[in-house]
Write a new protein. Sequence first.
Length: 436
Amino acid sequence: MEQQVLKRTLTPLMLWGLGVGYVISGMYFGWNLGLEKGGTWGLGIATLFIVVMYACFTFSYAELACAIPKAGGGFDYATRALGKKWGFIAGIAQIIEFTFAPPAIAFAIGAYFNLFFPNIPILYIAITSYLIFTALNIYGVKAAAIFELVITILAVAELLLFAGLTLPHFEIKNLSQNALPNGWAGIFAAIPFAIWFFLGIEGVANVAEETIRPQKTILIGFGSAIFTLTILCFLTFISAVGIGGWEKIVYKSDGSISDSPLPLALGELFGNNSSLYHLLITIGLLGLVASFHGLILASGRATFEFGRVGYFPKALEKIHPKFKTPANALVFNMVIGIGALLTEKTAEIITISVFGALTLYAVSMVSVIRLRKTEPTLERPFKVPLYPLLPILALVIALVSIIAMIYYNHVLGGIYLGILISSLVAFSFFDKKIPN
């Protein structure tokens, strides 16, 4: 059978655009819900730990991505290091993360558009977004990456402009106002929202097979992306909270909770009817589009890899004969995403996606350590510095985060574990039919 091969077209700048683009929507919505759980200090401390985790994880994951540049990402690394069962768990976790994050972002896109076109239902806009960006990804990875780069640059510029407008009104006393409303336990409750700042950065590894000189390009793309995102995270957090305290960017005027902190902050300064307010909100939509589009790209590669090795139907490994993209996998993920959209349970979808991400991180860090022992001669164009400290630190924080999330989300944690266990049982049953 002919091997299905992806086309190499991505440059370091494109990878930076993808890496930042996957994540940047986390700066625009959702993170402020962690302020209700932990207050400024609670979410702030949780975010500091998560930044450490992502920094350690990114360097460690880059070692794997440079040594094993495959579209399956964590699935391929764990399979090689720990065997097929752990590889399957990492792969399913990755697919859950990348498949369930886009519906939440699509709903936010619909909500943004609905502000300007209130007669069009949010759900219709979200579904239309899926159709448009799935089609763009099918058309070609280079076109998709160029589009991602352009809108990511605009989204970064908008965040910098937001900071420039709000920082002159910053008052340090606002950071300590009701800073721990639920005590120190709020730090753990805020963890999922701190993770939302960075969720999806590992998707850079899933386009390794489409990257020019992946052993060098991936490291540059990964490193520059995590550096950019860390700066934007702290800048956005401080400038948004510093203008009036955390309550101002969590609660609407009617007392209900909003997951859109930047519009609330701008409305506090300029009013909801100013031209500047509407301009920045319009540009801010690009941040949502960047992450939505980028995660569709990454999830298509993860599903494609599962089809290529026989864990999913072989139809999902098919490459479009003209565009050389995993078209079937992209359409399959779109159907799953639209199904999740129809539930209209955005917060629950985000939480399950975060569970998948943390599982992937933990298994991947074990894979780094294991491969160092079992394959010491494996060519590693990049080696994680301060080994084994960085992968161990990332592993510990990921495991603590999983435990904290299960404690504060019993039902969703049970659903996620149920998906993993049932998937593993099915895998074990059909294992004999899967080629080695």
